[in-house]
Each structure stands twice: as structure tokens, then as C-alpha cells.
Design a protein around this ligand. Structure first.
Ligand code: SAH
Ligand code: SF4
Ligand code: F3S
Length: 480
């Protein structure tokens, strides 16, 4: 086998942990198409399968944009594709298992189409254990690249076309900010807008700071330009993306912070603004005031708590206590009474006791969230928590998840019941997945609404009267 050590400076989780003083570069012209790659994709098709969070969804839009710049068209199925990319997620073990399952499946596809170029990118590509496993066991992979070099797709594709050996380019550097990449957006009316990349929080269980590098913000002028462009094209909604949007601007020379950015985006007049995700740590009062002040900032906040017990929160490295969190939660509800709040919770963190778990349940009872994404703790190699001895059995963790989910579902139904009879505004996504006679879309509070309405209003914001509440969705009728 080829010696790959000379080909890439990583991936090394140890190197990825470093947060040096090196300047983040904002590069306007890092993306380029080599002359001999212009039009190389004419008559050929690409297929991208995306796993994980919106950061990956957005990266896949950029990868799709690059493919189309090269002349490729989107394929409707892997079987009809000439290039397949798996944009992977490393957040939990089961996320990785799914990807390995797919890699196995693609081996059979490659047998029928030996010219297929098969690539792996995204967060798993930043993990050395994964790379080593692929090098050893999955020779059907032609190309691996990481999260910091997606702009290099044309050059990497060219190499993969020319070389028989696997092409590997993963940088474990801290990351730059790369502007002016092409993009083919997944939706026509709502758009994701990156405001920052990476994460510096290093919660002890989490792999993201290693796979996504240092926290680095885009310049406010670049973000506003993107929002203005989207608005001019008729987009109704933007979601500002970052692992922790509250940290926006801390690495910039200017005084701009997330509150200033949010206000500036609100002033563009784009009809709807959302943002994801907020860490409770630096959620400022001025942010809450801006959200309360502007009608086009949606009254919906995803505010992951992870645990309701202060000792577990300390071990998780979350930087707040149960009391700090409740104080913030109460302040949001006081200043924005109608605000929907959702959360993320991990059960079964190493050595979590029954009492500590009960604190999570009691916090949930107090906050009565609109919804929660709940997970059993999954050890990620290289993170501090993975080195902790754990005395909680898998069975106990799963039982805790089950008990938590019962409360989550009951509160979700209760929160939804409160909407019966109310009129909400829905950005119409299209026909409902289950029934083409029914339309669906999201309300201001990010509730999924299925309703009887006019198909010509797809892509518009319409008024819907809620007639029925279920645990996950609301039903209603269009009234304007
Ligand atoms: N940046 C976001 C979270 C991104 S990951 C934030 O801090 O809010 C999304 C969620 O996955 C986290 O909120 C956490 O609940 C969960 N998660 C992260 N690492 C995990 C792990 N090792 N095991 C189980 N769940 C995990
Ligand atoms: Fe992970 Fe914590 Fe960063 Fe969120 S804030 S991405 S949970 S390290
Ligand atoms: Fe997964 Fe990477 Fe997002 S690990 S959750 S795709 S940042």
C-alpha cells in the first residue's frame, strides 16, 4: 500500500486540539477551477449523501455548487452517479455505523460501475481512527477529504481521476474562512447562512471542536451581502448557522457580536430569521432584547441544556450550573413570553447517578420545552470524557432515555395543544410527505404544520388556523 504519511498533515486529534495564535485567514479567492477541469463533468452525474447537522447540509450545498460549476448534474440515485460523496458525521457511534454500512453497500454499486469515483468527506474524515480503518478495510474508497478543504474538490477530483491509489487530503489545521465558493441551495425559499465555523468550547464529550477546528467568524459585511442577495432572489427565510452563534465576532477585530449581527440582519427586511445553535454560556441579555424587538426574528430558540445536574454539567465542561441555566431560561420567557424553546439532552454521561438523572427530569418538568433531542452518551475517541471510567450499564442508560422521552413527548403534546384555535404564519414548504393533498411548512415557532391550503402559495408565508394538535405536528386550515 502507498505510504500516505507524506500526503497529508493529519488528521491528528492531538493537533486538532491546539488553539494557537495563528491568524485566521479570510480568503476571497481560494476556490478555483484548474483550466483542464473546466467542463470535465459534462454529461456526468454526482450524488451527495449528507449525514449530521446543518453545517454538513450547508457544506453539501457548496459541494453540489462545485460539481455543477464543473458541468456535472445531480443524480437521483447512487446507481446513476459517476461520483458519489458521503458527507459524514462523527457525533455519535451510531452516526458512524450508518456511514460504514453505506460504504459497504457502495462496494456492490462499484462492482457494476467500476468507473465510479467514491469519496468520503465531512467530520469522520477528520478522525484518524476512521482514516486508518478505511485505509485497511475499504479499498473501494477513491477519495477522502476533510472539513477544511472542501474548496479543493476540483483538484482532488482530478487527482482521483488520474491516480489508481486512494487520494487523501485532510488538514488538521485550525481552519480559515473561505468566501466566494459556488453553491446549489437545497431549498428555493429558505436558506442556511454560515456566520461562523468551528467550536472552541471543548465540551468533554464532544468531537466537534476536533473535526471542525477553531471558532472563526465570517466578516459581517460578507454575511449581510449574502442575506441581501438571498432576499433579492425572493428567499423568505434565513437560518444563521454556527456551532455556537453567541460567540460570533469574538475572533474579529471589530466590536461586532451576535446581537449586532442579528440586528443588522433583521434590518435587511428579510421576512424570517432563525439561528442555530445557542450555547447558554454567552447568551447575552442584549441578544434577547434584539430577538424581542424585531418581528422578523422568529420567537424560537434552541438552547441545549445537556443535563439538569450541576455536577454533571461541570464534568461535561458546559460552563454553567443548573441555576445559571434556569436564570437564562426565565429571562428569555419573561422578555419574549411567546418564545418556543427546545433543547438537547444527553443521558448516561459517565457515572451519572439516578439522582443526577432525576435532576434532568425535574429541570425538564420546570422548563416544559416545546421539544428535545435526546441522546444516550456515546464515547468519542480522543475526547476527555472517553477517558473517564464509566460505571453505568448500557441498559440503565437506555432505560433513562426511555423515561426522559416519555416526558419529552407529553410536554411536546401539551405545548402543541396550546396552539389549537390560534392563527399562525406558515412558510409553505410544499406538499406533505404523507399526503399530496395536504401542504406543510413551519410556523414562526418552528412547529411543523400540515394544513389544507392553496398549492400556488408554496414558497409564501400564509396564515393558518390550527384545528388539531399531535405530539410532533399541528394541523390546520389556511385562512387567507
Ligand atoms: N453546538 C451544538 C451541538 C452540536 S452536537 C451545541 O453545543 O449546542 C448536537 C448535540 O449532540 C449536542 O447538543 C449533544 O446533545 C449531542 N452530542 C454531542 N456529543 C455527544 C456524544 N458524545 N454522545 C451523545 N450525544 C452527543
Ligand atoms: Fe460540541 Fe460543546 Fe462545541 Fe456544542 S458547544 S459543538 S456540544 S463542544
Ligand atoms: Fe456531525 Fe460534524 Fe455536525 S460531527 S453534528 S456533522 S459538526
Amino acid at each position: 500500500m502507498k505510504d500516505y504519511s507524506a500526503y497529508f498533515n493529519g488528521p491528528s486529534l492531538k493537533n486538532a486540539r491546539k488553539r494557537g495564535r495563528s491568524e485566521v485567514q479570510h480568503l476571497d479567492d481560494a476556490f478555483e477551477v484548474p483550466a483542464d477541469m473546466v467542463g470535465i463533468g459534462q454529461g456526468q452525474h454526482y450524488f451527495i449523501q449528507t449525514y449530521g447537522c446543518q453545517a454538513n447540509e450547508r457544506d453539501s450545498e457548496i459541494l453540489a455548487g462545485i460539481f455543477e460549476t464543473l458541468g456535472y448534474e445531480a443524480a437521483d440515485d447512487v446507481k446513476n452517479a459517476d461520483v458519489v460523496l458521503l458527507n459524514t458525521c462523527a457525533i455519535r457511534e451510531n452516526a458512524e455505523e450508518k456511514v460504514f454500512g453505506k460504504i459497504g453497500y457502495l462496494k456492490t454499486v462499484k462492482k457494476t460501475n467500476p468507473n465510479l469515483i467514491f469519496g468520503i468527506c465531512g467530520c469522520m474524515a477528520q478522525e484518524e481512527v476512521v482514516i486508518n480503518k478505511i485505509l485497511k478495510k475499504y479499498p473501494q474508497v477513491d477519495l477522502i477529504f476533510g472539513t477544511h478543504n472542501i474548496h479543493r474538490l476540483p483538484q482532488l477530483l482530478k487527482q482521483a481521476m488520474l491516480e489508481k491509489e486512494m487520494v487523501l487530503e485532510v488538514w488538521s489545521k485550525e481552519g480559515d474562512v473561505i468566501e466566494n465558493m459556488p453553491s446549489t441551495r437545497a431549498h428555493q425559499y429558505k436558506a442556511w447562512v454560515n456566520i461562523m465555523y468551528g467550536c472552541n468550547k471543548f465540551c468533554t464529550y464532544c468531537i466537534v471542536p476536533y473535526t471542525r477546528g477553531k471558532e472563526r467568524s465570517r466578516h459581517m459585511s460578507d454575511i449581510l451581502e449574502e442575506v441581501e442577495e438571498l432576499k433579492a432572489k425572493g428567499y423568505q427565510e434565513v437560518t444563521l448557522l454556527g456551532q455556537n452563534v453567541n460567540s460570533y465576532g469574538k475572533d474579529l477585530d471589530s466590536d461586532d457580536d451576535f446581537a449586532t449581527l442579528l440586528e443588522a440582519v433583521a434590518k435587511t427586511g428579510i421576512p424570517r430569521i432563525r439561528f442555530m445553535t445557542s450555547h447558554p454560556w454567552d447568551f447575552s441579555e442584549s441578544m434577547i432584547d434584539v430577538i424581542a424587538k424585531y418581528d422578523n426574528i422568529m420567537p424560537f430558540i434552541h438552547l441545549p441544556v445537556q443535563s439538569g445536574n450541576s455536577e454533571i454539567l461541570r464534568l461535561m465542561g458546559r460552563r454553567y450550573t443548573r441555576e445559571d441555566y434556569i436564570r437564562l431560561f426565565d429571562m428569555i420567557k419573561k422578555k419574549i413570553p411567546d418564545c418556543a424553546i427546545t433543547t438537547d439532552i444527553i443521558v448516561g454521561f459517565p457515572n451519572e447517578t439516578e439522582e443526577q438523572f432525576l435532576d434532568t427530569l425535574s429541570l425538564y418538568e420546570y422548563c416544559e420545552y416545546d421539544l428535545a433531542y435526546t441522546f444516550v452518551y456515546s464515547a468519542r475517541e480522543g475526547t476527555p470524557a472517553a477517558r473517564m471510567k464509566d460505571n453505568v450499564e448500557r441498559k440503565v442508560k437506555e432505560e433513562r432515555l426511555y423515561r426522559l422521552n416519555e416526558i419529552v413527548n407529553a410536554k411536546a403534546k401539551k405545548a402543541n395543544d396550546a396552539y389549537i384555535g390560534r392563527i399562525v404564519e406558515v412558510l409553505v414548504d410544499g406538499e406533505s410527505k404523507r399526503n399530496p393533498d395536504v401542504l406543510s411548512g413551519y410556523s414562526q415557532h418552528n412547529k411543523l404544520i400540515n394544513f389544507k391550503g392553496r398549492k400556488e402559495d408554496i414558497g409564501k408565508i400564509v396564515k393558518v388556523k390550527i384545528t388539531q394538535a399531535k405530539t410532533w405536528t399541528l394541523e390546520g386550515e389556511q385562512i387567507d
